[in-house]
Design a protein around this ligand. Structure first.
Ligand code: UDX
Length: 431
């Protein structure tokens, strides 16, 4: 264990809450600042504001040991903080670029409060060149600005932070980079020290590559369908090639979430701003949009040709399993497309309560079990890979439905068993 440092973390979203909890676990004295009153109160009482494996336990561990403190404003976290992690959101702006207003707001709040020779660590995903801009806005030559992108995945964010594949630190001063990396001294991850601009670009490149891999495998799945091949065997054969690997090769309803769509759009825009047309990445994004239409088409065919008035059961609304996040969820996107074609939508998701009124669910009736959702339905569309869908009693399901059809956009189920029960089955890229 390295020496204990005094750390402030600004913003308690996925990245901030997890970073604070993990740094406290590593033995640092961490103050987590969250301006949203409700979220602040939840955190202060040891409740995780998000569904995230192991996060609540780690937060409670930090609060109990006194290593973690939660405050309601960035200013309160400043006294004594040698390291200040900026973890505020950088949502997609109107033109696809990252919206830096939350970053600028916090900079205004903390500019004069940062202790002498503090290190400001940018964990928010920001375009190449932002660390330089932040340095200018701060007007604090004694403060070092460092880029330290986060690669955590929702659902396994704590494990990803405790055992990162690599740590990237972008700053010109090597000794500052070592101090930042030292905060994570408990991990044996390789350290890449580079310029801030390279570090910022690494984050976008990683997410764009993952999106590219997914658009590729979803396209290959479509090819398998038309050619009569089986994408599941193909993936095994590809995966054994060490240069390709098994990860991020599961075809699905398309890729979504709070990062991949916004970061790919931002990278296209960043490239544009330098006069480079990143046509390949535009094609990756366009493929994802077309792919959603293909899933809708499968559902249309499964109900016999017209979606207008069709009763469609949706299983899964989050953008992937083991999270309650529906931001840019492919499932919600497909639900909207089905709604526009006149389908009646009955949905179940373990993280969405019946009666939910969020605007993304407008026109969708939410049920408290997969059985209730498929009662009276003509087709079930499985859009999120929740484990519980594998263990559903399909005899019971068949009796509840008016027609037996399943579109399994996550390839979760066994078509042979289902067909034997009289279900029509359509997966992604498989017979
Ligand atoms: C992603 C990156 O993985 C992470 O490194 C970065 O820090 C934030 O963005 P996350 O948004 O949590 O993480 O989601 P991820 O697990 O990457 O999944 C993204 C989308 O791809 C989801 O919609 C998921 O369902 C889909 N996906 C993923 C597949 O369809 N198939 C796969 O094999 C993997």
């Amino acid at each position: 264990m390295g020496r204990s440092e005094r750390v402030a973390v600004i913003g308690a979203g996925y990245v901030g809450a997890v970073t604070a909890a993990v740094l406290a676990h590593f033995g640092h004295a961490v103050v987590l600042a969250e301006s949203d009153l409700y979220r602040y109160a939840q955190l202060a009482s040891g409740k995780s504001p998000i569904v995230e494996r192991d996060l609540e336990e780690l937060l409670q561990e930090g609060l109990a040991s006194g290593k973690l403190r939660v405050v309601n404003s960035a200013a309160e976290a400043m006294p004594d903080a040698e390291f200040v992690f900026l973890c505020v959101p950088t949502p997609q702006g109107g033109d696809g670029s990252a919206d830096l207003s939350a970053v600028k707001l916090v900079l205004g709040e903390i500019r004069t409060l940062l202790v002498s020779h503090a290190v400001l660590v940018m964990k928010s995903t920001v375009p190449a060149g932002t660390s330089k801009l932040v340095t200018e806005l701060l007007e604090r030559p004694d403060v070092s600005v460092v880029s330290n992108p986060e690669f955590l995945r929702e659902g396994s964010a704590v494990a990803d932070s405790l055992h990162p594949d690599r740590i990237v630190v972008g700053v010109d001063d090597e000794s500052v980079a070592r101090r930042v990396a030292g905060l994570f001294g408990a991990t044996n991850a390789p350290l890449i020290v580079t310029s801030a601009t390279t570090s910022e670009t690494i984050k976008y490149a990683a997410n764009a590559f993952l999106a590219t891999k997914l658009s590729f495998i979803n396209s290959i799945a479509t090819l398998c369908e038309v050619a009569g091949a089986d994408v599941r065997d193909l993936i095994v054969a590809l995966g054994y090639d060490k240069r390709i690997g098994f990860d991020f090769l599961s075809p699905g309803p398309g890729w979504g979430g709070s990062c991949l769509p916004k970061d790919t759009a931002a990278l296209v825009q960043i490239a544009d701003s330098f006069g480079f047309d990143f046509a390949m990445l535009r094609a990756v994004i366009a493929q994802n949009d077309d792919h959603a239409d293909r899933v809708v088409e499968k559902i249309r065919v499964a109900v016999g040709g017209t979606l207008a008035g069709a009763e469609v059961a949706i299983w899964g609304l989050t953008f992937k399993a083991n999270t309650d996040d529906r931001r840019d969820s492919p499932s919600v996107d497909i639900v909207r497309r089905l709604g526009r074609q006149g389908a009646t939508l009955r949905a179940y998701d373990p993280t969405v309560a019946p009666g939910a009124t969020e605007s993304d669910l407008e026109g969708v009736e939410i049920f408290s079990s997969p059985y209730d959702a498929c009662s009276g339905a003509q087709v079930i569309a499985i859009l999120t890979e929740w484990d519980e869908f594998r263990n559903v009693d399909f005899y019971k399901v068949g009796e509840l439905m008016t027609a037996r059809a399943i579109v399994d956009a996550r390839n979760l189920l066994d078509p042979i068993a289902l067909r034997a029960m009289g279900f029509g089955y359509s997966g992604i890229g498989r017979p």
